[in-house]
Design a protein around this ligand. Structure first.
Ligand SMILES: *[C@@H]1O[C@H](CO)[C@@H](O)[C@H](O)[C@H]1NC(C)=O
Ligand SMILES: *[C@@H]1O[C@H](CO)[C@@H](O)[C@H](O)[C@H]1NC(C)=O
Ligand SMILES: *[C@@H]1O[C@H](CO)[C@@H](O)[C@H](O)[C@H]1NC(C)=O
Ligand SMILES: *[C@@H]1O[C@H](CO)[C@@H](O)[C@H](O)[C@H]1NC(C)=O
Ligand SMILES: *[C@@H]1O[C@H](CO)[C@@H](O)[C@H](O)[C@H]1NC(C)=O
Ligand SMILES: *[C@@H]1O[C@H](CO)[C@@H](O)[C@H](O)[C@H]1NC(C)=O
Ligand SMILES: *[C@@H]1O[C@H](CO)[C@@H](O)[C@H](O)[C@H]1NC(C)=O
Ligand SMILES: *[C@@H]1O[C@H](CO)[C@@H](O)[C@H](O)[C@H]1NC(C)=O
Ligand SMILES: *[C@@H]1O[C@H](CO)[C@@H](O)[C@H](O)[C@H]1NC(C)=O
Length: 794
């Protein structure tokens, strides 16, 4: 059972009392961490984060939407114009902008006091805003439009609350006497399908309706429902609907086509008020995937009295509680490092989204999470981070994944808006489940069902493996690699990525083997351990690589291989950051044999058997040179997730100091606290978790009970396990906030000498103190043969 005792233990005032009366390990000073959360980080330059108001894992996500051409999570802080204020979003998206359904848009009045004097289509109504008016905090977002209307918003789990403050009458910005708010049946990516509806009750002003939309990186479609209520000090003047650029009061029901030209045809409803002394109108937007009635019930239950302050306070409290388990010492550290760290943590709890009770697809008592966008990104450090900081929610996500497999047949690799998302490479839910399993996450999880779910990935090929499972399983089982130009008549997906799929399937199998081992399924364990070695079948010992026209000097790279076992060829530089070939590298039919990354980078993706990889590439010294070359030559780019683990793989060559150097090479240079501060799209909170875990000084090898030890970016980091209430502290002796003395000279764990350069999750569950003594130069700490993390072959 989960103990909730520790929740709130570290929040505000109770802390001092706890310390005074209990012999707990010494914790860093208490302070409100929310002051260091800046939701605007990653809101420009393609970070695509959701910068608005949300509860942790909330379904309602309120923010201003812009017309930026990126795949934004609603708002972009880049001067793009505001098209409306909508209530559902994904964060850090890559494929297309996601959600952004049913935006509201306010006017202080319409020209000529005629509803047709207001502008309805979003392409025409879009507007600038006062750049320095933007205010974003956990549970709050606000800005002032050029029209002078101040809009701010907060949210409960399924409901947003907007507050429109109109300029005082006579302020010279138009006729203030008849504020109008429209609700547009649209979404960010303009995907609305046929027969959207909206109805306005002219008495109460309540608007209800629904529309069908398309997911942003997946197949199928979804229907979203809303229930909007308005409160203004003034009386309702009139209500009506609009279609295209025309509106009429008195018509209160609309069913609208997608239309064939200029689609989707603009349409929606409006409500107009008589002027009121305080010039404020609130809009409460209830959401549901079940029905409008449900959306209304959600809204009435969550924000019964339109109390902005109470709703805001509840959101702030929820965030404070979520971030409570982790505290770092602020001593000497520049504020920007604290902001980087806590904002990164914050973003790990925006997506996935908890849609429990809102799943129309099947009936179940299990939790339902959505917006796993995508597991290929979040398996690396985001979901592992949640095993530490929020195991209760992570447990519910795992149950949801298993339940999804139970009802849809396969685990997702990506999932959004109730739809199957596109699989990027492997079946990486296997890693997610195995990671949680290896870390003892167990509360109410049916691990036998979890095991059957991952095993299905390894054994059965789905008809459509572009959205679930794996392709090419006949070849995989016969040849033990995925051939380039495979023959596969049993299932269908893009026949590319043979190299990266081989590497990922190999690791997926290893994580399944580990689960099998612990569940005493010894035969399965041996089988999947064996198939986890399949990556070696693509290792071509004599392959060389020319970079910018000269021989890189490294020999031995993975390469594509045909069905007849002869070698194919892909230049190891293709799809790297310095590839100028123009080759497609994503899910296109003509894309490369590696997904969104090069052979240069993918060859390091052997998280389970680094010892064999190091041996094949010429031993630890050569391997270290190769990893240096990857990072120094421009081949890799930290803005995409395959780069993450390569920052730390020096540990396996007995060079943990080099991992620490690399960590400082990337942070803060590539991750800073400005809106443009992320090197790539956040992918839910993948980038955020990279920052958080790197700075805390422990980075996971996901899917294994292994955290690689680095010097933390703070003098101390303490995490109180929300499950056991025990506190794990990493403390740096000789901490240098200028980050010159960052190399571990020696370490102790609970007072005993500790030379291994890695540690298990027990550290967090059982608590303890890991003390690292820092110095200016690399030392012999963690460099011995017995100090490196385990590999399959050792
Ligand atoms: C925003 O809208 C204004 C006024 O319509 C226009 O001048 C400006 O170019 C737009 N900005 C962007 C970034 O599109
Ligand atoms: C302002 O609104 C009032 C009604 O509320 C109307 O009589 C008047 O014509 C409007 N003025 C302008 C300039 O639109
Ligand atoms: C939209 O509604 C019309 C009229 O009821 C119906 O004929 C049509 O099939 C509907 N379209 C869809 C996509 O459901
Ligand atoms: C709510 O109002 C109280 C009293 O005015 C104030 O102290 C508190 O900070 C407000 N809460 C928020 C989240 O604004
Ligand atoms: C596996 O077997 C060991 C040794 O017999 C036993 O202690 C353990 O409880 C078993 N684990 C499971 C999950 O059955
Ligand atoms: C194997 O197949 C490839 C691709 O079809 C072909 O180019 C190659 O010649 C074949 N090799 C042999 C030995 O048949
Ligand atoms: C690889 O392992 C083999 C067998 O243990 C050993 O003989 C060989 O020296 C190793 N090669 C390197 C480069 O470490
Ligand atoms: C290759 O060229 C690119 C682009 O000019 C440069 O950024 C990179 O550093 C070069 N790498 C090597 C190893 O020469
Ligand atoms: C660190 O290494 C440098 C260069 O090898 C050396 O000059 C210096 O004395 C060393 N510093 C310490 C504190 O050992």
């Amino acid at each position: 059972m989960l103990s909730r005792l520790s929740f709130g233990l570290l929040s505000a005032i109770p802390l001092a009392r706890c310390i005074a009366h209990a012999p707990l390990p010494s914790l860093p000073e208490d302070y409100d961490v929310l002051q260091y959360v800046d939701p605007l980080i990653g809101s420009a330059n393609g970070g695509n984060v959701f910068a608005g108001s949300s509860m942790p894992y909330g379904m309602a996500k309120a923010v201003a939407d812009t017309d930026s051409q990126s795949n934004q999570g609603g708002f972009t802080y880049d001067g793009s114009n505001i098209t409306g204020f909508s209530s559902m979003h994904d964060s850090g998206t890559g494929g297309q902008p996601s959600l952004g359904n049913f935006p509201l848009f306010p006017y202080a009045s319409c020209r000529g006091d005629d509803v047709n004097g207001c502008t309805y289509p979003k392409k025409e109504r879009k507007t600038t805003y006062a750049h320095n008016s933007v205010k974003a905090q956990p549970g709050y977002f606000g800005l002032t439009m050029t029209s002078g209307i101040k809009v701010d918003m907060t949210s409960a789990h399924h409901t947003s609350l907007f507050r429109f403050q109109f300029p005082a009458a006579g302020a010279g910005v138009g006729n203030q006497s008849a504020p109008l708010i429209l609700l547009d049946l649209t979404d960010l990516a303009d995907t609305r399908q046929d027969n959207a509806t909206i109805s306005v009750d002219p008495e109460s002003g309540r608007m209800t309706g629904h529309a069908r939309f398309l997911p942003s990186f997946g197949s199928g479609s979804y229907v979203a429902y809303f229930c909007a209520d308005f409160r203004g000090a003034g009386e309702i003047r009139d209500t009506g609907v609009f279609v295209n650029s025309r509106a009429s009061a008195g018509v209160n029901d609309l069913t609208i086509s997608r239309s064939i030209n200029g689609y989707p045809l603009p349409g929606g409803a409006f409500i107009r008020f008589h002027s009121s002394p305080d010039n404020t109108i609130q809009a409460r937007m209830g959401l549901s995937f079940i029905s409008s009635e449900r959306a209304c019930r959600n809204a009435e239950a969550e924000i019964p009295k339109f109390d902005f302050n109470a709703t805001h306070s509840a959101a702030v409290d929820a965030w404070r509680k979520k971030l409570a388990p982790i505290r770092v010492s602020r001593k000497g550290v520049d504020r920007s490092f604290l902001v980087n760290f806590y904002s990164g943590i914050y973003r790990t709890m925006i997506n996935p989204q908890d849609y429990t009770g809102e799943n129309p697809l099947w009936t179940s008592t299990e939790p339902y999470f959505d917006s796993f966008y995508c597991l290929w990104d979040s398996f690396r450090s985001q979901l592992p981070f949640l095993t530490i900081l929020d195991p209760e929610s992570l447990t519910r996500m795992i149950r949801s994944l298993i339940d999804t497999q139970r009802h849809l047949g396969w685990l997702p690799d990506c999932r959004m808006s109730l739809c199957k998302g596109y699989t990027q490479d492997g079946s990486n839910a296997d890693i997610v489940l195995a990671d949680a399993f290896a870390k003892g996450i167990s509360d109410n999880i049916d691990w036998e069902a979890g095991y059957r779910a991952v095993q299905r990935d390894a054994e059965d090929e789905p008809y459509d493996w572009s959205v679930e499972g794996r392709g090419g399983l006949d070849s995989w089982k016969r040849l033990h690699y995925i051939p380039v130009e495979d023959f596969d008549y049993k299932g269908f997906g893009t026949m590319t990525r043979s190299v990266s799929r081989t590497l990922e399937y190999s690791y997926n199998d290893f994580t399944i083997a580990q689960m099998a081992r612990s569940l005493n399924k010894t035969d399965d364990a041996e089988k999947y351990e064996s198939t986890s070695r399949s990556w070696q079948n693509l290792f071509r010992e004599d392959q060389v690589s020319y970079v910018n026209g000269s021989d890189s000097g490294f020999k031995g790279f993975v390469q594509p291989r045909y069905l007849n076992k002869t070698w194919g060829y892909q230049d190891p530089v293709i799809c790297s950051n310095i590839d100028t070939s123009g080759r497609a590298c994503s899910l296109q039919n003509n894309a490369a044999e590696t997904f969104e990354s090069s052979i240069w980078e993918y060859q390091f993706f052997v998280p389970h058997d680094m010892a064999t990889l190091i041996n094949l590439t010429g031993g630890p010294t050569q391997f270290t040179h190769r990893l240096d070359y990857l990072h120094d030559s421009g081949l890799t780019y930290i803005g995409n997730e395959p780069a993450f683990l390569t920052v730390f793989q020096y540990h396996y060559a007995g060079r943990p100091a080099k991992s620490t150097s690399r960590a400082h090479f990337y942070i803060p240079k590539y991750f800073n606290t400005s809106p443009a501060g992320l090197p790539g799209n956040d992918d839910s909170g993948a980038m955020g978790s990279f920052v958080a875990m790197t700075m805390m000084g422990l980075f996971p090898n996901p899917g294994q009970n292994v955290y690689l030890i680095l010097a933390p970016f703070f003098e101390s980091v303490s995490v109180t396990s929300p499950v056991t209430g025990k506190t794990a502290t990493i403390r740096a002796v000789n901490f240098d906030p200028t980050y010159r003395d960052v190399f571990i000279q020696s370490a102790t764990l609970d007072g005993r000498k500790y030379t291994r350069n890695w540690i298990g999750h027990e550290f967090f569950t059982n608590g303890g103190e890991l003390v690292v003594v820092l110095g200016r130069n690399e030392s012999s700490w963690g460099t011995g043969r017995g100090d490196v993390p385990p590999s399959l072959s050792t």
